[in-house]
Design a protein around this ligand. Structure first.
Ligand SMILES: [Zn+2]
Ligand SMILES: [Zn+2]
Length: 341
């Protein structure tokens, strides 16, 4: 089978690999569509593990099922989550599913940017979802990224009536916008250096769009919130500057979501004194669990999240290198999808 092998951002090769063999409690999925995630573009994070096959937002059809598999059969259209928690360890019992040891160990093999992939038993049992008839494979690739944003907003206790500032209008920033609207945010202010992305955010419900090259986010947030700052700030841009801006636009007692990791070795100076008196809560959110993927699927199925509207580019698997280039550099792109047709 063909796979897109990642050596670096600039070097993605179409290679041949033998189709994975499955165990009696596993399935083999024929990939149909798989999204490129912001984390697939974090070269510093991937370089040490390369060469590898990326892709963790896959949807496809079950091509083979092991002899004792229950609940799934050949021909089922499915979304598969690449990481699943054990549901029994200390972290899981405390709801910290993404910190579970098994969560990190579980993977689809070799990855989503491949003609086929193997789904290990835990992934099949805990977080493989059948895709309803009215959802396309492409739309189903949004389940994982929507789940990640959903979890972040839940962790930050988003409430109806909140004012929300989002820094970064890439795919995650725009999904946060759409979800914040669903949760009843009254004011969504989003900033990005790319006007095209701000326009997309507006389509998905942002009330005020700010290009920091033209105006100060801090000034805009201040004037829109009676000088208070936003109740909730989501930093969806991987830079220290974005975090500094984020702290600056968060109101006293507000919540700041750490959604985008910065380069290793980068630090944000925090003053315990200022934190103490401002009571700003800093809340990180990594990945998504089996709980949010189900809700994400419902939101996409009901049309409350316009999954199609988030996608701007589609490439066949054989053009994976071009797809990565587009996700990385095309200023008029949002979600880029790789297809196996
Ligand atoms: Zn992702
Ligand atoms: Zn666990």
């Amino acid at each position: 089978m063909k796979v897109a092998m990642y050596y670096s951002q600039e070097d993605i090769r179409i290679e041949k690999m033998s189709t994975p063999r499955i165990g009696e409690d596993e399935v083999l999925v024929e990939m149909k569509a798989c999204g490129i995630c912001g984390s697939d573009l974090m070269d510093w994070y991937l370089r040490n593990r390369a060469p590898l096959v990326l892709g963790h937002e896959p949807a496809g059809i079950i091509a083979k099922a092991g002899s004792i598999v229950e609940g799934f059969t050949v021909g089922d259209r499915v979304f598969v989550h690449h990481h699943v928690a054990c549901l029994t360890c200390h972290y899981c019992l405390h709801g910290d599913y993404t910190l579970c040891e098994q969560f990190h160990k579980t993977h689809i093999e070799p990855g989503g940017f491949s003609e086929h992939f193997r789904v290990p038993a835990p992934n099949l049992q805990i977080d493989t979802l059948k895709i309803p008839e009215n959802i396309s494979f492409e739309e189903a690739t949004l389940i994982e990224p929507v789940g990640c944003c959903l979890r972040a907003l839940k962790k930050c206790s988003i409430k109806a009536g909140d004012s929300v500032a989002i820094i970064g209008a890439g795919p995650a920033g725009v999904i946060h916008t759409a979800l914040a609207k669903i949760f009843g945010a009254v004011q969504i202010i989003i900033s990005d250096l790319i006007d095209y992305r701000l326009k997309m955010a507006e389509k998905f419900g942002a009330d005020i769009m700010v290009n920091p090259e033209k105006e100060e986010l801090a000034e805009v947030v201040k004037s829109e919130t009676d000088g208070r700052g936003a109740d909730l700030v989501v930093v969806a841009a991987p830079s220290i500057g974005a975090y500094k801006t984020g702290v600056g636009v968060c109101r006293r007692g507000g919540r700041l979501c750490v959604f985008a990791p910065t380069l290793p070795g980068k630090y944000l100076p925090v003053s315990p004194k200022e934190l103490f008196f401002s009571e700003i809560q800093i809340i990180p959110s990594y990945s998504t669990s089996h709980l949010e993927t189900r809700t994400a699927l419902e939101l996409i199925e009901s049309g409350r999240i316009d999954a199609k509207g988030l996608m701007t580019h589609r490439f066949p698997l054989t053009d994976a290198a071009e797809a990565f280039k587009t996700a990385l550099r095309n200023k008029e792109s949002l979600k880029v999808i790789i297809l196996n047709e």
